[in-house]
Write a protein that binds this ligand. Sequence first.
Ligand code: BG6
Length: 798
Amino acid sequence: MRKVLGKTMLWIRWELLLMAIIFWQRGQTDMNETKQSLGHVSVVIVGGTGDLARKYLWQGFFQLYADQVGKGYTFSFYGGGLSPAGKGTEVLFGILKELTCPSELSAERCALVKEQFLHLAQYHQLKTSEDYEKLIQLIKLQIEQEGMVEAGRLFYLSVPAFSYADIADKINNTCRPSHNAWLRVVLEKPFGHDFGSAQFLSKQLSGRLNEEEMYRIDHYLGKQVVSKILPFRKENKKLLDPIWNKHHIERIEIVLKETLDAKGRIQFYDQYGVIRDVLQNHLTEVMTLMLMNLPANLSNSAEILQNKLNFLASLQYIDRSNAVIGQYQAYNGEVQKELNKTKDYFSLTPTFAGVVIHVDNAQFEGIPIFMTSGKALDERVSYARVLFRRDTFCVQDPNNVQCKSKQIIFFLGHGNLQYPAILVSKNLFKPDLVSSNWKEITEYKDVNVLGLPLNDYYIQSPIVPREAYCELISHVFIGRKDSFISSEGLLASWAFWTPLLDSLAQVFPRLYPGGVANGNLLNFQLRGHQVTFSHEAVVNVIKTGLEENFQVMQGKFRSSDMVSAWAQELVERLASDLLLAAEKAIHEEGQFHLALSGGSSPVALLRSLALNLYTFPWRNTHIWQVDERCVPHTESGSNFQSIHNLLLQHIRIPYFNIHPMPVHLNQRLCVEEDGGPILYEKEINQFVNASRFHYILLGVGHDGHTASLFQDTKLDSHGEQLVTLTESPIKPHQRMSLTFTAINRAQKVGVLVMGKSKHELVTQLSRIKGESTKYPITKVQPKSGTLIWYLDYDALLG
Ligand code: BG6
């Protein structure tokens, strides 16, 4: 009893002392005054009464304050908003009163810390430059009056991204501290909508703020498990090194399933969709931390950011053939309601996506990385797991530990387990703890996690759970840049995702009912490097009569053979004709020489060829280019790059069978004196029997050009020349191209024309007899070879 009484007395004395200090400070400084001062930090949350601030930010700053009490810094906190002071103050203090105590503080101590925190917080209207100026004057005055040294100013922009540039301008113009103090500006996603817009936003910001001043938040990086992925890999490096590669890993899954829908945030969501909302950022960050090269020093932010960049650069190109998308059925109604759309409006925004990603490096090539996320699914759970190959053949005793799945799971939360944890199946190894703030879990609930009962895992978990935002706010405070997204990292991630997003822009997502009723509707399967839904949808398959009645139609077009079909069948037919041509050539000559055009028409064909990994005789096939744009092969406009991304990287073809056009010589592009066309011609003469390609695949542009031979090109002036430099009316203007001499010498020429937009052209071409300078394609007339037209129904029939 005396003990309890003594304790209470002590608390009362401690409280009195603190109250005295508080009054002495008159709310201007905090409880750290007695320690040697490290300086004053002003925190400004722009959008300080908004939803995010209410839910997470103030709690995060309160935690920061509580953590820092007694460590030498003093603080002031400002909530900024568009409302006038009276209303804003009321809302702000409504939020602050609800702050909950960090678990490590006793209730009494917490009450004091909270009271002090409330003293240090104020609301300010922040609309105009004058408002920002006034606030800064106030900050300066307070610091001066208290005789404090300024440590830094932290601005948290919890506002829509379209206002970033304007606010960054104001901060840059009026809110910079003197040169001894730091400026940090925290930004919330979305950081752009695709590569172009992210680049634009980045440029806008970089004109106003330095890279080291910007802290782009991805709250996944603050999740306790995510922030321990690298430390886990480092701590267990010796055990992981031998198995962290393609020989041992069977697949990787990165999953964020949600039961919630997008109701209430359609204004935002409908412009973004699931890929932009969570795959491009949160899930990409998780994947990167799992597979990037382990930095030698985990406290070296620059090294971590650089390794992340290297990893992103090693991802294989993806497009719609590597993804499936869905939309929950009620979504469109929500869109019509929240965006005031009419009943015939249909949004194509996906609320579900499943993507397969491959890494193009020796360590991980061939491992499928399944990334998936969706709203309105059957459960809320997020995790990333590495599933290892089973190397034991179990003749009997299937319950033997060696016969069970081997996996490492970074379990981010919810699901069966309910708490964040790292799980390693016991048949792998016993991992070291990632931190002294983590504990091993040895009491097992009776649940299964991803196929194994809990007691089949070694499990470790944080001792004290902490919100991601709290963690990240503390990292802004200590300037840990690797917990944030760098400009380069952001652009690298968008560069990876943008081709997929572009290629999905017109794709109808599969509709799903939502919740458990989704059944197997969203399951997807891998075929080669591509994915498809594994079950037929009954809900929204649109089948027209035509599609069922016609398969492939054969006939004549411009007095040559023609094959016509719906796009998919047509491409399959062309791929199989190519296979026949290859087999024949290899049988007769031991090699098959195939020249491929650039542009959009061959895309579907190249994808389809990439699936013929095993059946096509790639080892004896030589790939040539029909034409090339005068840009480096590393640029996205390069035809060679698209042949590489769509086909070459997926197949096993000897390097010496690949013949890119030499547009880039002597560090310059397509300069006559560098003799690129002559070089290519020599190469053709050297490899191709009588310089007659076995197969040349062409497309036709809307203006009737083929290869890079345009109306204004001196089409007949090439004589015996096989390769030439040409000018295109559309950018990039400079091109290299095979000439009609080379084309008309080929054994077979296929012309692939697809899409409604080409119907007009196809009609024109069908009316022209013989050659026309207006339509260069009409000059394709193989001398002793055959020409065959592949026209899909859209192009042929409109
Ligand atoms: C946000 C997305 O960034 O992350 C939300 O905008 C998503 O749509 C959320 O629900 C998921 O985060 P968490 O922490 O709940 O997994």
